[in-house]
Design a protein around this ligand. Structure first.
Ligand code: AMP
Ligand code: MG
Length: 488
């Protein structure tokens, strides 16, 4: 059937809704008074097979605000649990609904979720709503992560609701349309293990395997392979975070996906000065989710996934524990090899030498000691402008540069190919906290041009354009220390 050009292009399937009822509650978004499209991601819409013109309309605004349910969608709130700062709780979509899964022209399947769409049975005391600031913030940072080449949920649109929501003050309400490989979380499995039957847990695992790891479907012990694959993907993801200085800020088990995508951009932020102890989130008082602790928390969360899967791993539970522990112990190795490979690329190194680790460590130690900016230090090395880092004034850095140049000389590849590798591995620009704040402040006053310009330079952070130079300046001292708040 050929489609009319005015059609919106939605092409929903609802496979999650075919899981046992225990995993969700049917729930429509709660209509809002005056929906308006604040920002719309045309490129993403096109790749999803959506009709840009017809969605940039009142009808589109109504859809992205939850007032009009697209044809074929079967809205629901997902049930899940999770460890929040180490404490286990029942959670679920308290302010989101899954509309369904968009099947794209390329044959892919993506969850389409409205976040901030009103109360659900899982809302507990919350109002089910979101403020415009945090939703635009998620839009900017998730799209920046995508530009950086890091697996992430995407942002399709933000619609304002025309309603005010009560926080510390009254704020304009907004709804984010989030696109994800799926919203299956470690916490979804914790929920199944705690409140579902073993059969339901198995159905969930089979569903996750089919959706994200179809290549292991016929493995002898496919649930063990599943654990192995999730561990591998999360190790790769967290290594990528570390390499660009991304701090998630709230790595609770409900905020860790099974697909290996970054999810839930609440109090996250990028590190400026290199320091493993960096924490931005105002509620993370003990530094549980500090930059340097992210790999440890990653494996801690994966241990919670392994626990949830135990009944499926082996009929003898002692055996199951041994199998799970064996898989968990691989995390460190996966993380380390991904991280080292990424660090070598950041330094323009193609081959491997034993001393590379100390070359990298010494550079990081210098950055920490002299409070150098993480991104700009690698940027200066990439541009061969060491004078642009504050390390330049130190003799230890001069010595380090010598060592690095010698090391580069000991590989076959040319200096040019090294530079190219560095350009592809060291972003020229990241969404710096003060620039994000500036964009949000302008948007709050109705001016979206600042945000649009920021988004433009973040599309390809490895381009090293002249425009991107303007985004490398550090915040003034008065802006430090930066604090983030949970996206509520
Ligand atoms: P988060 O910290 O965003 O991962 O959210 C943790 C839990 O709180 C999830 O179950 C959310 O659905 C829920 N939640 C967050 N904000 C609200 C809100 N305004 N109303 C209802 N539930 C919320
Ligand atoms: Mg969450």
């Amino acid at each position: 059937m050929t489609k009319d050009f005015t059609e919106t292009g939605w092409n929903f399937d609802n496979s999650y809704a075919r899981l046992p009822q225990t995993f969700f509650t049917s729930q429509k978004p709660i209509p809002v008074s005056s929906p308006k499209l604040a920002i719309f991601n045309e490129q993403l819409a096109a790749s999803l097979g959506l009709n840009i013109q017809s969605l940039q309309s009142e009808e589109g605004a109504a859809a992205f605000a939850g007032n009009k349910i697209p044809e074929g969608a079967s809205p629901l709130a997902q049930a899940y649990a999770g460890h929040q700062f180490g404490h286990f709780t029942m959670l679920g979509d308290g302010r989101a609904v899954l509309l369904g899964e968009q099947l794209t022209p390329a044959g892919e399947r993506f969850d389409i979720q409205l976040k901030g769409s009103g109360r659900t049975p899982y809302s507990r005391g919350g109002d089910g709503r979101a403020a415009i600031g945090p939703m635009l913030r998620e839009y900017i940072i998730s799209e920046a992560m995508h530009g950086l080449g890091i697996p992430t949920t995407r942002s399709l649109a933000v619609a304002t609701t025309g309603e005010e929501i009560a926080r510390e003050s009254y704020l304009p309400g907004a709804i984010l349309t989030r696109v994800a490989a799926s919203h299956l979380r470690v916490g979804t499995f914790q929920y199944a293990a705690r409140w579902g039957t073993e059969e339901e847990l198995r159905e969930l695992a089979d569903y996750a395997i089919k959706r994200h790891y179809p290549e292991i479907e016929t493995d002898g012990n496919r649930y063990l392979s599943f654990l192995h694959e999730v561990i591998k993907r999360q190790a790769m993801l967290i290594a990528k975070w570390q390499l660009v200085g991304f701090i998630h800020g709230v790595m609770n088990t409900d905020n860790m996906t099974i697909s290996g995508e970054t999810i839930d951009y609440g109090p996250c932020a990028f590190m400026d000065t290199y320091d493993p102890a960096t924490v931005f989130s105002s509620i993370d008082r003990e530094g549980r989710y500090a930059y340097g602790n992210q790999p440890n928390i990653g494996v801690w969360n994966l241990a919670r996934l392994a626990e949830a899967l135990l009944p499926l791993l082996h009929e003898n539970q002692e055996e199951a524990v041994t199998l799970a522990q064996d898989k968990l112990s691989d995390f460190a190795q996966f993380f380390e090899s991904n991280w080292l490979e990424g660090m070598r690329a950041k330094l323009g190194l193609f081959n491997e030498e034993e001393q590379d680790k100390s070359l990298i460590k010494d550079l990081l130690d210098m950055m920490q000691k002299h409070r150098a900016d993480y991104t700009n230090t690698f940027r200066a090395l990439t541009l061969d402008k060491p004078e642009e880092t504050i390390l330049q004034e130190t003799t230890e850095f001069t010595q380090w540069l010598e060592r690095w140049k010698e090391r580069l000389g000991r590989q076959e590849e040319s200096r040019d190919s090294s530079i190219q590798l560095m350009r592809n591995s060291n972003p020229s620009v990241i969404p710096r906290n003060h620039r994000v704040e500036e964009a949000l402040e302008a948007a709050n006053n109705g001016d979206f041009t600042v945000m649009e310009k920021l988004l433009e330079v973040l599309v390809n952070p490895y381009a090293y354009t002249a425009e991107q130079n303007n985004y490398t300046t550090l915040p003034e001292a008065s802006h430090l220390p930066y604090r983030t708040f949970c996206g509520t």
